[in-house]
Design a protein around this ligand. Structure first.
Ligand SMILES: CC(C)(COP(=O)(O)OP(=O)(O)OC[C@H]1O[C@@H](n2cnc3c(N)ncnc32)[C@H](O)[C@@H]1OP(=O)(O)O)[C@@H](O)C(=O)NCCC(=O)NCCS
Length: 140
């Protein structure tokens, strides 16, 4: 998963935390996690992952408490092959099982592929803080 994040940084030039400690804390051992789904290739190597966490009061994205917060990270090696769509089917199922009604996606304003992807998944823009677009998906 760290390697996936590093490949995305190399591809986009957008820096972000990527070390194993961060990945473990944020995606694997996060007590607010609802589900983190990892996509692997035929050799068992991770090509991408999607995390869904429950928004807690005062979260840094200003998402209402109780909503889901989604994050999608797919290696450029695997773009436009349906990986993101498959991951979202898993997250959608997890959201339904957890009783989550809305999911927030927090996307850099300049991230055109991120916008197109979340729109294709059914998300709609609801808020535009400086440099960011927040989209929401209604579960069910
Ligand atoms: C955005 C991202 C998640 C898309 O993942 P993906 O596995 O390539 O997505 P899919 O192949 O399942 O594409 C699903 C649909 O999304 C849309 N889409 C995805 N990438 C797109 C792009 N670059 N341009 C236009 N539409 C795009 C299309 O409608 C696509 O359907 P189609 O291929 O049948 O036309 C991936 O590019 C990524 O992880 N990028 C780096 C990190 C990032 O930007 N994360 C999201 C925002 S924080």
């Amino acid at each position: 998963m760290s390697r996936v994040l590093r490949e995305i940084i190399e591809h986009t030039g957008r820096e972000r935390p990527n070390d194993e400690t961060f990945v473990t804390r944020q995606y694997i051992a996060n007590p607010a996690s609802i589900r983190c789904t990892v996509a692997i290739d035929d050799e068992g190597v991770a090509v991408g992952f999607q995390s869904l966490v429950r928004a807690e009061g005062g979260n840094r994205y200003d998402v209402p408490a109780g909503w889901g917060i989604i994050g999608t990270h797919i290696s450029p090696r695997a773009h436009r092959q349906g990986v993101g769509s498959a991951l979202f089917r898993s997250s959608q199922e997890a959201a339904e099982q957890a009783g989550i009604e809305k999911i927030d996606a927090y996307i850099g304003a300049d991230n055109a592929s991120g916008h197109r992807y979340y729109e294709a998944m059914g998300f709609q823009t609801y808020r535009v803080p400086e440099g960011i677009v927040q989209k929401v998906y209604t579960v069910g």
